[in-house]
Ligand binder design. Structure first.
Ligand SMILES: [Zn+2]
Length: 281
């Protein structure tokens, strides 16, 4: 089930020439999900779009199809892994083979150069899909050899066709993956995060320091996400009521910057968060 992204699906399923794609866009939009559905579409024995019940579709879902490789990990993607992918993908070209590299920005520079060599000698029946939130961390030479497909947030109306929990949709910030994962317990937890954040925003400097110290590096990106949800909602309300939204806008900008720094660099997450809370207006 893919929620939204109809145009992207049409682009990838209708084209015949590209053998390497790059799916880019924020996290939890459904990029990896679409890459897997695309693999099933290419391998489906019933040639339906995809049928989800033939042995090819099922074996891809279970990640046991020998013509299907899915790299999904949180640590660096090493050159040896890329070499192994090359070996498997080029074994024979009788059947369609699909490799998906999720979080492709985790490929080291060496890995990317090795991957580039694969792209430079395209073989029949081999399809690659790179998935990333940070396409700018990929080498320009890699980018120039892949067909880029951009993913955008999905409207609440579209998500509603598949998910009925109103609050899960609201908290998803237009990201279907989030809406699917959110349980009522999680929503309760999110509400608590918002209440704590409100308290910090209105507290004096000394209490802010103390509160900031309590925030751990654990699930920090999730905490940032919820703060952003709250600030965006606040911003919209202020706009609607014709109130001054300058501070909220500034807070959103700071939060986005710090959240991106924490995710993409080795910056000390705890320090960055403390700084953010102190800078709150
Ligand atoms: Zn099938």
């Amino acid at each position: 089930m893919i929620i939204g992204h109809k145009k992207q699906w049409q682009i990838i399923t209708k084209q015949k020439e590209a053998h390497a794609f790059l799916f880019s866009g924020q996290e939890s939009l459904g990029k990896k999900k679409m890459a897997v559905e695309f693999a099933k579409f290419l391998k489906c024995l019933k040639k339906e779009k995809p049928c989800n019940c033939c042995s090819a579709c099922l074996s891809i879902d279970k990640k046991i199809n020998s013509d299907f490789i899915l790299v999904e990990q949180e640590e660096d993607i090493k050159i040896n892994q890329i070499r192994e992918i090359k070996r498997r993908m080029f074994l024979s070209t009788d059947s369609v083979k699909v490799t998906i590299i999720d979080k492709a920005h985790l490929m080291t520079k060496d890995s990317q150069n090795c991957f580039l060599k694969i792209l430079e000698e395209p073989r029949k029946n081999t399809i690659f899909v790179l998935v990333t939130e940070y396409p700018d961390l990929l080498l320009p030479t890699v980018l120039s050899r892949v067909r880029q497909v951009k993913f955008f947030p999905v409207s609440n109306r579209e998500i509603k066709k598949y998910i009925s929990e109103e609050e899960a949709i609201l908290f998803s910030l237009n990201r279907p993956g989030r809406a699917i994962e959110l349980t009522s317990e999680k929503i309760k937890e999110y509400k608590k995060i918002i209440e704590d954040f409100k308290k910090i925003s209105s507290a004096n400097m000394a209490s802010r320091f103390n509160e900031a110290k309590k925030i751990t590096g654990e699930n920090l990106s999730e905490t940032f996400f919820i703060w952003l949800y709250y600030l965006r909602k606040k911003f919209l309300t202020e706009c609607e009521r014709g109130e001054n939204y300058t501070s909220t806008k500034k807070n959103i900008k700071n939060l986005q910057e710090i959240s991106s720094l924490v995710e993409r660099t080795n910056v000390n997450a705890k320090l960055a968060t403390e700084l953010l809370l102190i800078k709150l207006k």
